[in-house]
Design a binder for this molecule. Structure first.
Ligand code: NAD
Ligand code: GLY
Length: 382
């Protein structure tokens, strides 16, 4: 895999999506060839001509040099740290090493932290920025589809601990998000699909027209149709920006973004975080289960659940839970046990996002255990 050269990618005006959060508002730039324009895009939010780039061992060989070049050409000093690629790096150990590296480089309060990578780097670098010298600014340069449409927007940062995923972290909004769609050309197909699950989520939870658009254009977006991919990213960022603006700290409506995640997190916990089941893949299966549970409860037409399953399957995402983990056959009871440890529990009840139809999701805390078990039993038997 080689990174596309800037000459291959047509220069075009980026689309700007605003995340309106008062004094903490910021722009998401979506478009081609934006790494080359990083210095100009960052200029308004830099308080000194210094940045510290955090990236991972897969992204560094592809994009660290072009980004550093673009910045140094503009007189911006760019130090960096390269973290081993993978979810395992989102832990206390790598956080400590990263903070040490930032301090060893003599980062100052005005030094901008730049997260160049997928959600792992965004979450880790963002969390480091939120605690370095009691909080410094950071910029997100997301390089996976998942991070461009979800994790780079909204300010959730954090790491995993032995007790579970993302249990230690902070809300720390970036000053700017630069989503260069050209970098997605080097993303492995499986990772692109995992990101597509989060794109599809926005249609399913609140935008039936977008879902219908994805049914028509999603495959083209995934197959390199640049205009379609860009439209999917922009629509997703607009959706996320709207939800985050309404409920920054997830006191209410932001929880809808967890559509598919209660099931998905249980599957991820059961399968381990070593790449057997990617987060987006787990979310895809989880969204199908959420719609099938809603249909079983008589809340949503069965035809809508069938549409969800059919489209996600057609683009190549998994739609049924894996049958086995390293512990042996997966049972509904094992998944329900994971759900009961979910951090979104409130007063001992699991929070589900259910749907009335495609494009109309809602939160529910009173899902009958029998319906949940029957949905999981049917899915595990399929
Ligand atoms: P990731 O960061 O692990 O990236 C996936 C893989 O793609 C990695 O191997 C990475 O090195 C590689 N990669 C990244 N960009 C590439 C490129 N352009 N070309 C080639 N390879 C590239 O995973 P992810 O799916 O981006 O993010 C998952 C993480 O995001 C999880 O830790 C999850 O908890 C977190 N997340 C956070 C939020 C949030 O709101 N903060 C939301 C959703 C997910
Ligand atoms: N990815 C869920 C959220 O940002 O709230």
């Amino acid at each position: 895999m080689t990174a596309p050269s800037s000459s291959e990618s047509a220069r075009e005006t980026a689309t700007v999506v605003r995340v309106p959060l008062g004094a903490r508002s910021y722009d998401i730039h979506v478009g081609r060839d934006l790494l080359a324009q990083a210095a100009a895009l960052m200029a308004p939010v830099l308080s000194q001509k210094r940045v510290f780039i955090v990236t991972d061992s897969n992204v560094a060989p592809l994009y660290l040099a072009p980004l550093t070049q673009a910045l140094t050409n503009a007189g911006i000093r760019a130090d960096h740290a390269i973290i081993p690629a993978g979810e395992a790096s989102k832990d206390f150990d790598h956080l400590a090493k990263l903070l040490d590296a930032m301090l060893a480089a003599k980062c100052e309060r005005g030094t901008m932290i730049v997260a160049l990578g997928g959600g792992v780097i965004g979450d880790l670098a963002g969390f480091a920025a939120s605690v370095l010298m009691r909080g410094v600014d950071f910029v997100q340069i997301p390089t996976t589809l998942l991070s461009q449409v979800d994790s780079s927007v909204g300010g959730k940062t954090g790491i995993n601990t032995a007790a579970g995923k993302n249990l230690v972290g902070s809300f720390h909004q970036p000053r700017l998000v630069i989503a260069d769609t050209d970098v997605l050309a080097t993303l492995p197909r499986r990772e692109l699909l995992a990101g597509y699950a989060e794109v599809a989520k926005y249609g399913l939870l609140g935008d039936a027209d977008f879902w219908a658009w994805l049914e028509k254009n999603g495959a083209a977006a995934l197959d390199g149709g640049h205009a379609a991919l860009r439209e999917a990213i922009v629509t997703s960022c607009n959706a996320k920006a709207k939800v985050v603006a309404a409920d920054e700290k997830e006191g209410g409506v932001r929880a809808l973004l967890n559509l598919g995640h209660t099931f998905g997190h249980a599957l991820e916990a059961e399968m381990g975080y070593g790449g057997n089941l990617l987060h987006g893949e787990a979310v895809a299966i989880g969204m199908v289960l959420a719609f099938e549970l809603s249909a079983r409860l008589g809340l949503c037409p069965a035809a809508d659940a069938a549409r969800v399953r059919a489209h996600l399957k057609a683009v190549g995402l998994p739609v049924d839970p894996p049958r086995h983990s390293t512990r042996g056959a997966i049972t509904p009871a094992m998944l329900i046990a994971h759900m009961s440890q979910d951090k979104k529990m409130k007063d001992g009840a699991v929070n589900f996002v259910l749907a009335r139809r495609i494009g109309d999701a809602f939160m529910s805390r009173d899902v009958p255990a029998t319906a949940l078990e029957a949905t999981l039993t049917a899915a595990l038997a399929s």
